[in-house]
Design a binder for this molecule. Structure first.
Ligand code: SF4
Length: 321
């Protein structure tokens, strides 16, 4: 078992594997967010070309209990009360609605704290009544909605064979009818895939029907799973925002301005980088350490062969090997 002296927080338990609680990490959409990860790495109903955590290795639509909910709830009881997080987010290594324990864990977290609980989801499974019912407990649901035509949907998300865009939209419509919390749709724009006028107009019509509280427009910032997948320009992001109206906002990496006060240690860095590729600046913001210190730790981890640098759009990101 490894203990972190400065905070006393146990991040890695050698007997039982990695903690399912991570962060807090700066989120472009939710501020400083403590993550709860219910899903094994890359277990998902999609295999998006822009995915920042690699190719999907277990593509599925049927939920399963992947980890002991008792253990996750006990970790949540330990870490959430002392967290400075602004939100608790069910997110991480795959699609959280694929966890059979979603409802039980959401209920337990709501009992532990009053911090708003967000569900970060690809939105593909709300046609399943049991998944809608479990999700209703969250305070904010953030589904992805980035394609309004079947062909674009397939190209962008490479979904499970039993998923169609029609099915996904039906699920999102039912969710809107039944859910009284806030829905923030994420529109992920990829250059040359879903950024042309025809697609944006079709998206605008569907988004109108889905009546979200916000539309958060995003683009490819971190290294994608499919090489050659690129971001749209800031100008195009603004054009799309203006087209979609007052509910729309552009969320870009420069808005990641939340600072956490966690110590910088190799194991924390590895845990953070394992979740998603990060730049030295991202890590600096989370840990509060100087950039020089972060760079020196990153250099050590590269020398040990634990992480590697990847250049994306001229910026350096670090990912586990
Ligand atoms: S971006 Fe999200 S929905 Fe898409 S493959 Fe990655 S984890 Fe799944």
């Amino acid at each position: 078992m490894l203990e972190l002296g400065k905070t006393g927080r146990k991040l890695i338990n050698m007997d039982h594997g990695l903690s399912r609680i991570f962060g807090p990490v700066p989120s472009r959409r939710l501020g400083l967010s403590l993550g709860v990860d219910l899903i094994p790495h890359k277990t998902c109903s999609f295999d998006c070309v822009y995915c920042q955590i690699g190719r999907t290795t277990d593509k599925r639509i049927d939920p399963e209990s992947f980890y002991s909910s008792e253990k996750i709830i006990s970790e949540a009881k330990k870490y959430i009360p002392c967290s400075k997080a602004q939100t608790i987010t069910l997110a991480g290594s795959g699609e959280p609605t694929l966890s059979k324990d979603l409802e039980e864990i959401l209920r337990a977290i709501k009992e532990i704290s009053h911090i708003p609980v967000a569900l970060l989801t690809n939105g593909s499974l709300f046609w399943k009544p049991e998944i809608r019912e479990a999700s209703l407990i969250a305070d904010i649901i953030l589904p992805t909605f980035s394609a309004a035509r079947e062909e674009t949907f397939r190209r962008l998300h490479r979904p499970h064979p039993q998923l169609t865009l029609k099915k996904v939209i039906e699920g999102l419509q039912r969710l809107r009818d039944e859910y009284h919390g806030q829905i923030f749709l994420e529109l992920m724009l990829v250059k040359g895939v879903n950024d042309d006028d025809q697609e944006i107009e079709a998206l605008g019509r569907k988004i109108q029907e889905l009546a979200p509280d916000k539309v958060q427009i995003n683009t490819v910032v971190r290294p994608p799973s499919e090489p050659g997948t690129g971001p749209v320009s800031p100008h195009r992001l603004e054009e799309v925002k203006n087209f979609l109206g007052p509910r729309a906002e552009v969320v870009v990496a420069t808005q990641e301005d939340r600072v956490a006060s966690k110590p910088s240690r190799e194991v924390i860095l590895l845990e953070m980088i394992r979740r998603r590729p990060l730049s030295a600046q991202d890590i600096q913001k989370v840990t509060g350490e100087s950039l020089d210190h972060v760079n020196s730790l990153l250099t050590d981890l590269i020398a040990k062969g634990l992480i590697e640098e990847q250049i994306h759009n001229g910026a350096s990101y670090y990912k586990v090997k």
